[in-house]
Design a protein around this ligand. Structure first.
Ligand SMILES: Cc1ncc(COP(=O)(O)O)c(C=O)c1O
Length: 373
């Protein structure tokens, strides 16, 4: 049987998703479980999103609009980017696959950060491409280092900003300096899945760079700040010619009808988005306070999660937290042994989590795990 499977697929690793609440309740016999593992939105989605889903139920038997016209029009109204330059998919996950299939030939290379979103790598391997990684000192993408790793074979560079799983982001000056040196034959994907959470003042509007940088692709999603992870809708911006190519590669009905209607409704509710941003900002300040009090080093985050060094065996800490009803993401699953990545949640859950963490750390043996160089 094994010979039937393409070598590229055999070489891939399966994506390990955060454990679902129902599984942890069942396995550990717990009644109260809080998931802080997958950077989901603890404030749910806007009530308008829910109304849109209910309203759309009457059309359940219809295929969705394959061109996501209404959603792309709403995104055009919001951003000023013409519709022809906007594309949407079943989560930005699906768009990473579409981009990989559109550009990568066997033997070509993608370039990404050492601790960045794993789907760039998986999809490159699927296409028979090679993956080149740049070290990430203190959890930050090292843009000048990335430039030195561009070769004749480099086809796509992925900049994840804010970066998952470290939470770090670069500013406008760094981005502009990088853009200047990316050769014309290279596609630059800026994945901004967490952009709505950014608080650093020198952040930039990536869409402003589209006209002068025809190989720039910007990816965003409704899964995080808009709280629509289950509906699976991500979107992107690129030159018209590239969008036309993506449309050939995409499955025809990639964004379901509920997702399209809900995403339009989500864009209309700016108050909800502001509420999420404000609560996340408060939660982040609380995380920093607690981590400082516990003397645990962390990467300053521009996202809705914080990566920190437990100084212990992260899998042990993870298991002990699970038994207390808190699901987090162990660094060992992300190539960062010793670390935990924890989603910023409601204040009640944040407090509960730190109380559980204190108890766990008191009982855990300290261990010299990897440090971020
Ligand atoms: C950096 C990054 N990009 C893309 C995605 C995919 O998001 P979605 O497929 O839900 O839009 C995620 C999800 O965690 C992510 O962290």
């Amino acid at each position: 049987m094994k010979e039937l499977i393409r070598e590229e697929v055999r070489g891939m690793k399966r994506y390990v998703a955060g454990k679902p609440v129902s599984e942890v309740k069942r396995e550990l016999g717990l009644t109260q479980v809080v998931k802080m593992a997958s950077n989901e939105n603890p404030w749910g989605a806007s009530p308008r999103v829910k109304e849109a889903v209910v309203r759309t139920l009457s059309d359940i038997s219809r295929y969705p609009d394959s061109g996501s016209f209404g959603l792309r029009a709403a995104l055009m109204a919001k951003t000023g980017v013409p519709m022809e330059k906007i594309f949407a998919g079943c989560g930005s996950d699906s768009l990473i696959k579409v981009i990989s299939a559109t550009f990568l030939r066997p033997g070509e290379e993608i370039l990404m950060g050492e601790h960045s979103f794993s789907r760039y790598e998986d999809n490159a391997l699927l296409m028979g491409a090679r993956v080149v990684k740049s070290p990430m000192p203190q959890g930050f993408l090292d843009l000048p280092d990335m430039l030195t790793r561009i070769t004749d074979k480099t086809r796509i560079i992925y900049l994840c900003c804010p970066n998952n799983p470290t939470g770090s982001a670069f500013g406008k000056a760094q981005f502009e300096a990088f853009l200047l040196h990316v050769p014309e034959r290279v596609v630059l994907v800026l994945d901004e899945a967490y952009r709505e959470y950014v608080t650093r003042e020198d952040y930039f509007e990536a869409l402003d760079y589209l006209p002068d940088h025809p190989r720039l692709i910007v990816l965003r999603t409704f899964s995080k700040a808009y709280g629509m992870a289950s509906l699976r809708v991500g979107y992107g911006f690129a030159q018209e010619e590239l969008v036309e190519a993506f449309q050939k590669v995409m499955d025809p009905f990639l964004v379901n009808l509920f997702a399209q209607e809900a995403a339009v409704a989500a864009l209309e509710d700016e108050d909800f988005l502001r509420h999420v941003q404000e609560e996340n900002r408060k939660g982040k300040a609380y995380f920093y306070e607690e981590l400082q009090a516990l003397n645990l080093p962390y990467v300053p985050s521009e996202a809705n999660f914080v990566l920190f060094d437990t100084g212990r065996d992260d899998l042990e800490v993870f298991q002990a937290l699970l038994r207390k009803g808190y699901i987090v993401r162990p660094g060992s699953y992300l190539g960062l042994p010793g670390f935990l990545r924890v989603t910023i949640s409601t204040m009640e859950d944040n407090r509960g989590f730190f109380e559980a963490l204190r108890q766990v750390l008191e009982g855990a043996v300290s261990k010299n795990a990897q440090t971020l160089r």
